[in-house]
Design a protein around this ligand. Sequence first.
Ligand code: NAP
Length: 239
Amino acid sequence: MTARILLLGGITEALAIARRLGPQHVYSLAGIGRVPQDLQCQVRVGGFGGAEGLASYLREAGITLLIDATHPYAAQISRNAATAARSAGVPCWALRRPAWQAQAGDDWREVEDWAGLIEALKPFRRPLFTLGREPLQHLDEIPSEQFWTLRALEACPGNEGCEVIGARGPFHIEDERALFQRRSIDVLISKNSGSVATEPKLEVARELGVPVLILKRPVLPDVDRTFHSLSDLATALDL
Ligand code: NAP
């Protein structure tokens, strides 16, 4: 049987793998970011309809290997992938980026969820949020003594207590330093994505003595094989 891969994308490394896949393979995107137009493999955009929908797709499309290369905080699709692969009898591999580790000089405080984050934010006045769009749902909860800077992929209207700036990585340390200084940032809020492209903000926080509130990583399901780097996955796929 000819191998046919379904690659669930969401991180830079997934696109790098997709660029090496031939036309029998499928690269799947949720549809919230840019969709590449220059790939040899097929590109599918949009959800499958939960684990059941994904299992049906695996069977109907004759997929022989499912690869989960989604973001470490995209826990739902990772859970769906593991469940669907088991149900369809297809092996499931995952590319899981190692988490960033605190270094000397870092003041990192892990928070469990949004409620924990709001509590941990109380002593601060000028937070920089780098969690994507989720904080947009909480603009009405901003305490009067705080001014939030919220960085997302696209700029959009904020309110009197918040400005939303749009920017896409990779980010450079000079620009991150200028952002922190211009806006008098006194705390950084981040996921622990482990991405090289967004790491400079952590270097600046360390340099300026700014604490970092880190949203805890979700627990992801066990799969048949787990890779921690693009090169290890590419080698296993013989790409
Ligand atoms: P999520 O909560 O785990 O997934 C929500 C739903 O989106 C899934 O149930 C699935 O819909 C669909 N979906 C997600 N990834 C998909 C893919 N690669 N192909 C087809 N459908 C997909 O994910 P999320 O946190 O909303 O993130 C959405 C996408 O953005 C993910 O692919 C993720 O890798 C990427 N991303 C997320 C973050 C983050 O911080 N969460 C950051 C950067 C990139 P159905 O149930 O209908 O199949």
